[in-house]
Design a protein around this ligand. Structure first.
Ligand code: O7M
Length: 216
C-alpha cells in the first residue's frame, strides 16, 4: 500500500507493542478497517516471531505496515534487515537519523528517519539542526518527530515541507494529536491509548476527531 493513499484521510497510526501474540490479532480485529496504518517493532518480532508477523500483515492487507526497526547499524547490515522486513510484507521502515545517508538502507520500501525522541534528553536535542541536515541527504518518504513536542514538529515541517511527518508520544506520553497535526504532523502514532483502552474503537474515533479539529 502507498501511504499517500491514506495521507489526509486518516491521522492515526496504531502502534502495537504487546507481549502476547493473540493481542495483536485482537486489537486489529477490534478496530477493523478504521485503522489504515500500523506500526510494529521489535516487540512484535519477539512476541509473534517473523512468520507470525508475516501472517498478521497478510491477514490485514488493507493496511499500511511500518517496521519500527530504529535502524542504527552500518549500511550492509541495514540493507539485509530492510530486505528481510520487506519480505515480511512491511511497506515502510524506520531508521535513526544520526547514522547518516551512507548507512541508510536502499529504498526497497519507504524509509522514515527519526530525528528527535519523545523522551530524553538525547543527543538529538543538542543537535537538532545537524540531525535535520543529515536527514535531508537521505532518500526517504518521511520523518519521525515527537508528538509531545509541538515546537519540534513545527521546525521539522518548515524544513521538510513535503515529507510525511509521523509523530509518536500521543496520549500516554502526554502529546495531543490535535496539537501535533496543527503544528504540521500528518499522523500521530498511538499505542497504549488505543490497545490498552476498554473501548479501542471509541478511543480511535476520539483521536481522529481531535486530529480533524487540529487544536492545541
Ligand atoms: O503511545 P505509546 O506511548 O504507548 O507508544 C509510543 C510508540 O511510539 C511506541 O511504539 C514507541 O516505540 C514509539 N516511539 C516513542 O514512544 N518515542 C519515540 O521517540 C519514538 C517512537 C517511535 O515510534 O519511533 C519510530
Amino acid at each position: 500500500m502507498n501511504i499517500e493513499e491514506i495521507r489526509g484521510r486518516s491521522r492515526v497510526i496504531l502502534a502495537i507493542d504487546e507481549e502476547e501474540p493473540r493481542k495483536y490479532w485482537n486489537v486489529l480485529d477490534a478496530v477493523g478497517s478504521s485503522v489504515k496504518a500500523v506500526k510494529l517493532g521489535w516487540m512484535a518480532i519477539l512476541s509473534l516471531g517473523s512468520d507470525g508477523v508475516k501472517s498478521l500483515i497478510n491477514g490485514h492487507d488493507d493496511k499500511y505496515f511500518i517496521m519500527d526497526a530504529k535502524m542504527a547499524d552500518v549500511n550492509f547490515i541495514n540493507e539485509k534487515i530492510a530486505r528481510r522486513m520487506a519480505g515480511l510484507g512491511f511497506d515502510g521502515i524506520i531508521m535513526h537519523g544520526f547514522i547518516g545517508p551512507s548507512n541508510a538502507p536502499p529504498s526497497v520500501m519507504d524509509v522514515f528517519v527519526l530525528i528527535s525522541m519523545t523522551q530524553g534528553p538525547t543527543l538529538y536535542d543538542a543537535s537538532l539542526e545537524r540531525a535535520m541536515d543529515y536527514t535531508k541527504a537521505i532518500d526517504r518518504r518521511g520523518i519521525v518527530v515527537p508528538g509531545n513536542k509541538p515546537d519540534i514538529i513545527r521546525k521539522a515541517r518548515e524544513q521538510f515541507p513535503s515529507d510525511v511527518i509521523i509523530s509518536p508520544g500521543i496520549g500516554a506520553q502526554g502529546g495531543s494529536i490535535g496539537c501535533a497535526v496543527k503544528h504540521g504532523a500528518d499522523f500521530g502514532i498511538v499505542g497504549r491509548s488505543i490497545y490498552e483502552s476498554s473501548d479501542p474503537v471509541e478511543s480511535l474515533k476520539r483521536l481522529e476527531r481531535e486530529a480533524a479539529e487540529s487544536q492545541c
